[in-house]
Design a protein around this ligand. Structure first.
Ligand code: PGA
Length: 249
């Protein structure tokens, strides 16, 4: 199976920069490259989705509302993203949890809304540095994933993605070691098989991934792919990641 390369552009790029990068990504995409999903800003997203039409590159939402429509100033719903041609949505990214103080109840509602419209969720989980130093990484992440997925009904074989992103490794230049990440991955796969075992589950790593370290998460640690922020917002580093993840015969 091809690895997943999810590119989270966060709020790094202007509209013009997003369009330019999307056009370059579309030009550079190769048939033996990874399964690629870009997560542009909501503003640039509609245009980026048009640029990717007819290519293998998909588009995902960085954040969604949990209701379809109504008096929710500033929000964009999963229905609206789906209608604009998006296929994926992040839920519970650490910046949403820690900067915007989204609660687990809100995240659960968002997850249900995403699944309800047929978008593929990318559920993000991860511990803080204090939790890791206290030896609580596994228990904290296990509690996070259980609260989000227990009792969730998913269609058989529905795609379901989980990204392990330690908070301290995001945008820090200090990635989690492949072996520490693998220990969390093993726990996540166990919990997911007990809870959403009917779904088609992929487990990704995220946090300071670049072209120099990406293969270790796939080859050594056995992740199904990666979620990348800052190394995905320039053509050269995006291309280097794609090449590192390309199929090797
Ligand atoms: P980073 O971000 O690659 O810049 O560490 C990853 C993420 O937040 O998804």
């Amino acid at each position: 199976m091809k690895p997943y390369f999810l590119a989270n552009w966060k709020m790094y790029l202007s509209y013009d920069e997003s369009v330019a990068l999307a056009e370059q990504v579309r030009q550079d995409v190769s048939s033996n490259g990874p399964e690629t999903v870009v997560f542009p800003s909501a503003l640039a997203g509609y245009r980026v989705a048009r640029i990717m039409e007819g290519s293998s590159v998909k588009c995902g939402a960085q954040n969604v509302a949990w209701v379809e429509k109504g008096a929710y100033t500033g929000e964009v719903s999963p229905h609206m993203y789906r209608d604009a041609g998006f296929t994926h949505a992040l839920v519970g990214h650490s910046e949403r949890r820690h900067v915007f103080h989204e609660t687990e109840q809100e995240l659960r509602q968002k997850l249900e809304a995403v699944v309800g419209v047929g978008l593929t969720p990318v559920v993000c989980v991860g511990e803080t540095v204090a939790e890791r130093e206290a030896g609580q990484a596994l228990s904290v992440v296990e509690a996070q994933i259980r609260r989000l997925v227990e009792g969730l009904t998913l269609p058989k074989d529905a795609p379901f993605m989980v990204a392990y992103e330690p908070v301290w490794a995001i945008a820090s230049g200090a990635p989690c070691s492949p072996s520490d990440a693998q220990a969390v991955q093993t726990m996540l796969r166990n919990v997911l098989s007990q809870t959403v075992g009917e779904a088609s589950v992929a487990v990704l790593y995220g946090g300071s991934v670049d072209a120099s370290n990406v293969r270790s998460y796939i080859d050594e640690a056995g992740f199904d792919g990666v979620l990348v922020g800052s190394a995905s917002v320039k053509r050269e580093s995006f291309q280097a990641l794609s090449q590192a993840l390309a199929h090797r015969s």
